[in-house]
Design a binder for this molecule. Structure first.
Ligand code: NAD
Ligand code: IPM
Ligand code: MN
Length: 359
């Protein structure tokens, strides 16, 4: 039976990078006889403009019925003044929450060809291969109560709640440990347990989970130190497991180690391994419409989809090798461009990946 993939281009550079990723997906679908059927839907600002809400019922229905989702990016300044529940980002958060996509995998992998594009010295990042496992459906992003209220003295106060239940911590812990088993068998749990009770519990539960994985080493680090260590000596890490907001911040920092945020793909998985796949970056309104966005994070997200949800590892590897081949050819979008290389546009980069796949 044909498997359903839902395509959500989103806003600004979202549709630009998605065009290239879909070309790649179409090609591997045919080449590897994957029998995937693609459908499209609206999310974020595009959905607000068309139907007034960031996550239309039709999109949610299609998302529930699909085996995997590929997302570009959502958001932009034109929707920033809307109420929180109507903002484009709410559509993305709603989808993550409705589909219970609690496990966010963000692999910061350095392609050796890009060592010079990293903001760190080449020797600090050579061979870098970190996996950030971010909890995605809980923590301060979803905690209640939340809001902005007016105090008796007339001053307004904004508030959010940082909360994690044991079961939420346990399931992200198990995901991180089982992934570490397939790698270098080291998990570093990142928290702020010197200050926040919620992460005291996080640390305790991680210790409990670790007992089921005696072959995997568990260490703990405070988030401020982890941010520092990521830019001081990033290769000390194998798997980093952390909560929603810390993971959001640390993964953008880790992205830069690999040369550009335009290189970092992600998977957001539920308990059954169904998932949504998207680049870690946003809709980059500052460069939208110029044809210069790097499509590789989205193309590599297609590879993650083939690997993690669809179990089509040879097709995933073919895409990863094609990306490596275009970097070998010296092709670079503006974000990873420097001196001696050939600067290419979004579509030229996509076409080059297609040619490498056909070679
Ligand atoms: P951003 O990631 O969109 O951009 C940050 C910087 O990185 C910008 O200078 C941008 O030009 C650059 N950049 C990002 N992706 C790139 C690519 N593929 N190629 C080349 N350069 C790239 O973050 P931001 O500016 O803070 O946010 C812009 C909008 O995107 C906001 O509305 C935000 O809420 C939204 N956002 C969405 C997602 C998502 O959909 N998953 C993720 C992050 C931010
Ligand atoms: C990400 C983004 C989102 C997040 C926003 C757009 C809601 O920054 O996917 O990293 O904070 O999770
Ligand atoms: Mn982010």
């Amino acid at each position: 039976m044909s498997r359903k993939i839902l395509i959500l281009p989103g806003d600004h550079i979202g549709p630009e990078i998605m065009t290239e990723a879909v070309k790649v997906l179409d090609l591997v679908n045919e080449r590897f006889k994957l029998d995937l059927s693609l459908d499209h839907a609206l999310l974020g600002g595009a959905a607000i403009d068309a139907c007034g809400v960031p996550l239309p019922e039709e999109t949610l229905t299609k998302a529930r019925a699909s085996d995997a989702i590929l997302l570009g990016a959502v958001g932009g300044p034109e929707w920033d003044k809307l109420e929180r529940h109507l903002r484009p980002e709410r559509g993305l958060l709603g989808l993550r929450s409705e589909l219970q996509l609690f496990g966010n995998l963000r692999p910061a992998l350095l392609y050796p060809q890009l060592a010079e594009a990293s903001s760190l010295k080449a020797e600090l990042v050579a061979g870098l291969d970190i996996l950030i496992v971010r909890e995605l459906t809980g923590g301060i992003y979803f905690g209640e109560p939340r809001g902005i209220r007016t105090l008796d003295n007339g001053e307004r106060q904004g508030y959010n709640t940082y909360v994690y239940s044991e079961s939420e911590i346990r399931r992200i812990g198990h995901l991180a440990f089982s992934l570490a088993r397939q790698r270098d068998k080291r998990v570093c749990s990142v928290d702020k347990s010197n200050v926040l009770e919620v992460t005291v519990l996080w640390r305790e539960v991680m210790e409990e989970v670790a007992r089921d994985y005696p072959d995997v080493e568990l260490t703990h680090m405070y988030v401020d130190n982890a941010a520092m260590q990521l830019v001081r000596a990033p290769k000390q890490f194998d798997v980093l497991v952390t909560g929603n907001m810390f993971g959001d911040i640390l993964s953008d920092a880790a992205a830069m180690l690999t040369g550009s945020i335009g290189m970092l793909p992600s998977a957001s998985l539920d308990q059954q391994g169904r998932g949504m796949y998207e680049p870690c970056h946003g809709s980059a309104p500052d460069i939208a419409g110029k044809g210069i966005a790097n499509p590789l994070a989205t193309i590599l997200s297609v590879a993650m989809m083939l690997r993690y949800t669809l179990n089509e590892v040879p097709a995933a590897e073919a895409i990863e090798q094609a990306v490596s081949a275009v970097l070998d050819q010296g092709l670079r979008t503006a974000d990873i461009h420097s001196g001696d290389y050939q600067r290419v546009s979004t579509s030229e980069m996509g076409e080059a990946v297609i040619r490498a796949l056909q070679a």
